[in-house]
Design a protein. Sequence first.
Length: 498
Amino acid sequence: MDEPVKRPSVDPLDKLAALTRRGRAIRLNVRSDRQFTAVAAGLGLVLAAGVALAAGPWDSGQRKAELDWAAAQSGTGGAHHDAGTSSGPGTAPSAPPVLAPLSAAADNSAPGAGTAPDRTPSALAAALAPLLKAPALGTVRTGVVIDTATGERLYAQGADTPMTPASTVKIATSVAALSALGPHHRIDTTVRASPDLRALTLVGGGDPTLDKAGLRTLAADTARVLKGKGVKEVRLGYDTSRYSGPARHPIGRNENIAPVSALMTNEGRLDSSDSGPAERSDDPAGDTARTFGELLGDAGVVVRPAPVPGRAAGDSRPVARHRSAPLSALVERALTNSDNDIAEALARQTALAAGAPADFAGARRAVTDRLTRLHLPLAGANLADGSGLNRKDKVTAGLLAGLLARAADPAHPELRPVLTGLPVAGFTGTLSDRYTAKSAGTGLVRAKTGTLTGVNSLAGTVVDTRGRLLAFAFLASGTTSPSEAQSSLDALATRLVR
């Protein structure tokens, strides 16, 4: 759950103009070809972020030009990380295997995390260590930085200390779902009919993004089949059996998440919002079925009596289907907006792919299993939910940075939406009101945020002045001021840019 911090409004085009002027000023002062190359690369990324802002939106809410730019970056430490679009990654070019030594780095010792010899690059350690000691970061703070092209840990402090990650756990959920199902997977909502077409069942597949427009199309398609057979009145049931276990998240009733159901419309929101906190329905499945019944009536098929819950009969057959956006788009939306409902759906879809019960426990086992297959450092990890709202979630900075590094690996193009979905500093999602036009990180830091009371985290990627794509994770607990902790985390990411 990311708690918003109000900041003064800054026009994005003003940000871009300021960034461009700053880049030109820096370029006039370069003193060597190497410096010029580094600054030009940085300026090019800033301008690309500006082009992204001006581009039109696409179906996941991200910017298409920005997606293409982020997914097709090359020249990172000598490896080309090519990728495709939201409908799925393209073929990755040949590149040497990377990421074998994800855990091969020393720990610079975090408070409460033990001690170990310092074998990290001294310059980076000297730059980051004082910032990680900022009082705003509370009582325990950890961090890891990885060169994604080589898998080398460039910096590690408390790398293997389990911490409550808050919403940064959505990175783990997303990687697991993409690994299990692939970026092209779609979630179906179907209508099944009895042999005589007099009884219908609306069957939820677990798509929390189904909206009224999609439901209206589903009703129109259903009515067309029924009226073609002369049927103008039906009974309606609705089936949520694809998910099992308790629907309510352990945190209880909360504006940040609806009851987890296989059938819902617009994430159970009772307003017109599509992200952030909102009042939620206590019965999203029933509400969806009743709306579907009304839409059937609009299409010329009367529903009597009112819809009732129940499983589709064994002899029923499908008559209409609605498909969600591709999983790649759902992942990007979940990460950009820190969407808890989509994140929990991703965890359950991972469980279904594994043949496990689609509940919190089954999802935990399935997600953990998928990450184990990717050879990631899971010691101490507890993935209690998919969203990060559960304080029983525990991950390490080493795991979060390793997940991002794995998503950048040319051998795993199916994971690329994890990178393209990260919010862009000062521009998109939960980072849109963080960073300023004067910050070196604006437009260059891409990171997932995490905020619970007393917990703050930031995990993402930056391209440094040497052109390396770095994956980082910084976690803090015992914080007392969310805004001050966020500023301290932003300063750490910005230092990596420079």
